[in-house]
Design a protein around this ligand. Structure first.
Ligand code: AMP
Ligand code: MG
Length: 344
């Protein structure tokens, strides 16, 4: 099993702005420039954004705009709290159409696209199953396994984001069981939005890291960014790889988040074909210039497992992908094999 360990962290210095910790390091920057690290806690995870060779006004604007955006998506893209996605799910459940804001409509449409590309391995319309397994909320974890009949009833209706029919940006569906849960794609979309915010501010060298999924903009003081991969067992680094300008690295792992029901651990990634949590693949890493695609593809690779690795990497057009299954077997695309530097 692996997890991504960014190895570019800089020394932390205390800052004055609330809820953030800044880091400044000595750097070969222009006169008014410095490196700065911004730390946020958003949508249940740690976000760190490291800016290279920025001015103080640039860093300040980045802080304000990123913070506002993270607060917005944390509220509006989470289906189990009163925000836009919650309202969309409620409307669809009651059979009515609802206006969706352009950005969220775009993300939902991409989720539907990935559902089709992956042959249903990626499915962002299984919120009812997520609820049944209690994967969304600690207090909702059931004490016994969900009833097979309940799982079957949901799957019989073939729920999915692709079941939504659109009238411009008004969404509706005829399925009683479609409930959007964008957890498998949201981090990729937020990485994409973060890049837009930074580029608009004229910041062209940065690393945005959302809970281990990261996008590299430009380079790190003239050199390509490098990230480390470590074993979750003894946490020691086992490999490293360079990440080029504009690339995103996303890892999905069944060890990261899980629920425990009657003493057995169940992963937070569901196999849409069975309605049960995946247990055959433990970790999938994808590198791609499209963060949203990378996020969806990593989730789909976990579901497909080693049997479908080749078909799914082809379907998503992945050059750089890595999958480790529960028996420790590693599948790599040829380019990923070249990119990885094993430490031992
Ligand atoms: P990730 O960590 O990107 O693989 O996303 C996992 C999250 O996506 C879960 O916590 C669920 O919210 C959601 N999810 C679970 N199973 C699937 C699936 N088969 N396809 C798409 N999203 C899923
Ligand atoms: Mg994902």
């Amino acid at each position: 099993m692996i997890s991504i360990l960014p190895v570019f962290c800089s020394t932390r210095l205390k800052g004055n702005w609330p809820s953030l910790v800044f880091a400044a390091t000595l750097c070969a920057c222009g006169p008014q420039q410095h490196d700065q690290r911004l730390d946020f806690y958003a949508f249940g995870t740690e976000v760190s954004v490291t800016l290279y060779s920025v001015t103080t006004p640039q860093a300040q604007s980045a802080t304000e705009q990123l913070q506002a955006h993270y607060a917005d998506v944390g509220h509006n893209w989470y289906p189990w709290r009163r925000g836009e996605l919650h309202a969309i799910n409620n409307a669809m459940r009651s059979g009515s159409r609802i206006d969706v804001s352009p950005r969220l409509a775009g993300v939902i449409r991409r989720a539907a696209e990935f559902e089709l590309i992956s042959g249903g391995r990626f499915n962002a319309g299984l919120g009812r199953l997520t609820e049944l397994w209690g994967l969304h909320e600690i207090s909702a974890i059931p004490s016994t396994l969900p009833k097979k009949a309940d799982i079957t009833a949901i799957l019989a209706d073939s729920p999915g984001a692709a079941r939504i029919d659109w009238d411009q940006d008004r969404a509706g569906t005829r399925s009683d069981f479609v409930m959007l849960d964008l957890g498998g794609i949201a981090k990729g979309a937020i990485l994409e939005d973060s890049v837009t915010i930074l580029l608009d501010l004229g910041i062209s060298n940065a690393i945005i890291n959302i809970g281990g999924d990261l996008t590299v903009l430009g380079n790190v003081r003239g050199r390509p960014a490098r990230i480390g991969i470590r074993s979750p067992g003894n946490r020691s680094p086992i490999a490293s790889l360079s990440v080029d300008d504009g690339e995103t690295v996303v890892t999905s792992g069944i060890y990261e988040r899980f629920v425990e029901i009657a003493g057995i651990r169940y992963a937070h990634i569901l196999d849409p074909a069975t309605g049960y949590p995946v247990d055959h693949a433990v970790s999938a890493t994808v590198i791609h210039v499209d963060p949203v695609l990378a996020d969806a593809a990593a989730t789909a690779l976990i579901v497909g497992g080693t049997d479908e690795f080749d078909a799914l990497t082809e379907a998503f057009g992945l050059d750089l992908a890595l999958l480790i299954d529960s028996s420790g077997d590693v599948r790599l695309t040829p380019s990923m094999r070249e990119r990885l530097h094993w430490i031992e």
